[in-house]
Design a binder for this molecule. Structure first.
Ligand code: SF4
Ligand code: SF4
Ligand code: SF4
Length: 172
C-alpha cells in the first residue's frame, strides 16, 4: 500500500460493482473466490502494483492500471487456505492486439509495447509497410498487462481464455 494515497486505497475497496465479469487475482478461480473469499481484501491491500480492487465484496484485477509482476504478495496475504493455488498457472489471461488501432497502422513509429514485454510475446516486424507491424505470439504471453499500460492508444486488451470468463476488458 506504500504507493497509494489514502483516498486511492479506499477507492479500490468500493462495494459498487463496476464490471460484469471481472478478472480475478492470479492463482484463483471464480469457484474458489465464490466458495472461500470472505471479503477481507488482504490481497487487495497487499498488491504493490495497485492493480487489485474490490467489487461486490470480491477482489478483481483492473487491466491497464498496472502490471502484474507475479510477486505472490496477494497469495501470501490471503488468510483463507486454498483460495490461492500457487501450484497452478496464475491465470489464462492473454493480450489481444487490434492492428487497426495501433499507431504503426497509421504510419506512426512506436514500439512501446515490445519494449516492456519480458516474455517477448510482442515483436516488431519491420517487413510490414510502411513502418512495420507488431506481431503477438499469444502462446508466449503470460497476461502480465504491461503492454496495456505502455500502449498510448489502447490498442491492446486482455482476454480470459478460460471458460469461466469470456469477456474482453479493454483497459476497463
Ligand atoms: S502477484 Fe503481485 S503484482 Fe500480481 S496481483 Fe498479486 S500482489 Fe499484485
Ligand atoms: S500481457 Fe505481458 S506478456 Fe503478454 S504481450 Fe503484454 S507485456 Fe507481453
Ligand atoms: S504500444 Fe500500442 S501503438 Fe505502440 S506499437 Fe504497441 S500496440 Fe502499437
Amino acid at each position: 500500500m506504500a504507493n497509494l494515497s489514502r483516498r486511492a486505497f479506499f477507492t479500490r475497496l468500493k462495494a459498487t460493482p463496476e464490471v460484469a465479469n471481472p478478472f480475478r487475482p492470479p492463482w484463483t478461480s471464480e469457484q474458489r473466490i465464490e466458495d472461500k473469499c470472505t471479503g477481507c481484501f488482504e490481497c487487495v491491500k497487499a498488491c504493490p502494483e495497485g492493480i487489485l480492487f474490490s467489487d461486490d465484496n470480491r477482489p478483481y484485477l483492473k487491466p491497464g492500471v498496472g502490471e502484474c509482476t507475479f510477486c505472490e504478495a496477494c497469495a501470501s496475504a490471503c488468510p483463507e487456505e486454498g483460495l490461492f493455488d500457487l501450484t497452478q498457472t496464475p491465470w489464462r489471461l492473454t493480450a489481444e492486439l487490434k492492428q487497426e488501432a495501433c499507431l504503426l497502422h497509421k504510419g506512426v513509429s512506436c514500439r512501446s509495447c515490445t519494449d516492456c514485454c519480458d516474455p517477448r510475446a510482442l515483436r516488431f516486424d519491420l517487413r510490414a509497410a510502411p513502418v512495420g507491424q507488431i506481431q503477438l505470439d499469444a502462446d508466449q504471453c503470460n497476461g502480465c498487462g504491461a503492454c496495456l499500460v505502455a500502449c498510448p492508444v489502447d490498442a491492446i486488451s486482455l482476454n480470459d481464455q478460460s471458460n469461466m470468463n469470456q469477456e474482453t476488458l479493454a483497459n476497463a
